[in-house]
Design a protein around this ligand. Structure first.
Ligand SMILES: Nc1ncnc2c1ncn2[C@@H]1O[C@H](COP(=O)(O)OP(=O)(O)OP(=O)(O)O)[C@@H](O)[C@H]1O
Ligand SMILES: [Mg+2]
Length: 272
């Protein structure tokens, strides 16, 4: 790992927009200077809910650019997973749009979005427990017609334990190892953007650190990573962009560093 993420916080100015830091300093935590309208992936002013139910999202915006890690945090029930599902096309929007690489994909099915390069690891049921580790990875490659063995080797390089356990049922793995399978499965599609909903849920602090290191490694290859995290403090420490969602709306936006330094964010969401 080079020095860009040397302190694990992202201090590499080359992968954040030039000049952004100074401008944002004048508007701590408000994100007024964080122009994401042309972001590589953006869920823009999304409003919507489940079925005929009430709106869960209220004009929510999340975005990520190549080389970046964007992190969504917020209380339980804030709508973080709902926002991810909306970006992935699992929730019809009543207002707003989703754009990928400049293309409006608001009307596309999740399958069509996978074909466009979106890799999504949902919060729950993100592996096939009775299938082996390798079969899980193969399932990830089902959309591809080319030879995916090279990608599988890359996944095994990233998560060596998965190679050791490749013939074992994924359901027999530890929580952290299962999350590696889930991330690996998404990488098998060779995505252009990776979306992770709570990749470190239920794992120990050490395993969380390891997973974050792997996620940083993935982002450093240029792959944009948009993720939801319950471990807000640790996740914001590695975030180029941070979003605090409250009741389906953006409450605070800024770089991870800015949000960590923001008095109000600290008091309300980070326990002081
Ligand atoms: N499938 C569903 N059908 C109807 N309502 C749902 C569904 N999934 C979630 N909701 C509702 O949407 C709201 C937001 O839920 P969501 O799962 O997006 O929150 P979250 O921020 O991801 O929470 P957590 O931190 O617990 O994962 C909640 O009020 C929840 O009850
Ligand atoms: Mg959730």
């Amino acid at each position: 790992m080079s020095d860009a993420y040397g302190a694990r916080g992202n201090t590499d100015r080359s992968i954040t927009k030039g000049g952004e830091t100074g401008t944002l300093g004048a508007h701590p935590g408000t994100g007024q200077a964080m122009d994401t309208s042309n972001a590589y992936l953006i869920g823009d002013s999304m409003t919507g809910g489940y079925g005929q139910g009430p709106d869960i999202l209220h004009g929510c915006t999340v975005a990520v650019n190549p080389g970046e890690i964007a992190v969504i945090v917020g209380p339980n029930g804030a709508g973080k997973s709902t926002a991810m599902k909306a970006v992935f096309g699992m929730l019809p929007l009543r207002a707003g749009s989703v754009r990928l690489d400049g293309e409006d994909i608001t009307g596309l099915t999740p399958q069509a979005r996978v074909a466009k390069g979106m890799g999504f690891v949902p919060q729950t049921s993100n592996i096939f427990p009775s299938m082996t580790v390798e079969e899980n990875l193969e399932m990830g490659a089902f959309v591809r017609r080319d030879d995916f063995r090279g990608t599988m080797e890359q996944v095994y390089d990233l998560f060596p334990i998965l190679k050791d356990k490749r013939h074992q049922a994924a359901g027999e793995l530890s929580g952290g190892q299962r999350q590696q399978v889930a991330v690996g499965r998404a990488l098998m599609t060779k995505p252009k953007v990776l979306m992770l909903d709570e990749p470190t849920a239920g794992v120990s602090p050490i395993v969380m650190d390891e997973l974050f290191d792997r996620i940083i490694e993935i982002a450093r290859t240029g792959l944009p990573v948009l993720m939801v995290e319950q471990n807000a403090r640790q996740a914001l420490a590695i975030a180029d962009k941070g979003y605090v969602l409250v009741q389906g709306a953006n409450a605070h936006t800024g770089t991870g560093k800015e949000l960590l330094a923001d008095e109000q964010v600290r008091r309300s969401f980070l326990g002081g």
